[in-house]
Design a protein around this ligand. Sequence first.
Ligand SMILES: [Zn+2]
Length: 314
Amino acid sequence: MKRKFLGIDIGGTNLRGKIISEEGNPLGERKTLSEAHMGISRLMENLAGFIEGFAGEEISAIGIGIPGTVDRRNGTLVQAPNIANTKDFPFTEVLLDRIGTNTPVFVENDASCAALGEHRAGAGRGSNSMVMITLGTGFGGGIILDGKLWSGEDGFAGEAGHMAIDPSGPLCACGGRGCVETYVSQVAIKRIVREHAELREKFAGTEESAIPERLAELAREKDRAAISVWNDFGTNLGVGISILVNVLDVKTVVVGGGLSGAWELFIGKTLEEAERRCLGGAARGLKIKRAVLGDDSGVLGACYVAKKGLGESS
Ligand SMILES: [Zn+2]
């Protein structure tokens, strides 16, 4: 019998599940609310129920993308800043207890899943090595080396958002200062707008969550202050990319996540800065591409995590 793999992406709002065939063809998908903001117990309850909904599908393995630091060898969720009460939480053990199944479960960081998805089926297709940067609430990273996801010795690889680009810069959620995430993320944009005398007034009454989108609109309407914020954003992204490229010598960098919707507002500065900073050999043939799978990259990547977990070279 042909095998089927279930991938699940745990988001702040939704749980998304997708099934793929051995050949990678989509066989269906579903979603439900994650209620992750209500804490890990509620999330696990919802996740178990969601997986049970696929019971009739004869799944060979399950891959789960989690927004946090994951020790994939023992299935522990080491930390997840956006899910309350998670510190060294035995994720896989608790889940298997609840769903009472023998189906193998493999966990991975969500940004690594997105990288795997774009590499296998999106903008990174055909590249041997690549880095994916996910510009969402934070600055996520995923690394593919020699065609394989590089999760690191303990599964923590790809935390690209915490490369410090100014040791005396703004305080980051990680406790450090001046991480690239404090300049290039939704959190960063909101901080910059709050601290900007001219923009602060223009955003009075704008909902916090709507700030990045509104800033993009303003820049498209040729507001000079807004354009300058996106220019700096692009330059700082270029700095981050050049560090990754100089260290890893990857030739493809894929940029995705919600903020990549403002692509034309920042990519010029990003290319300029990356070109300036990437050393000769590393810069040769470098491609910086926009992700093409949107929200699908993470859930599709989770399917590939399931397939990879069973020892396949997916
Ligand atoms: Zn940091």
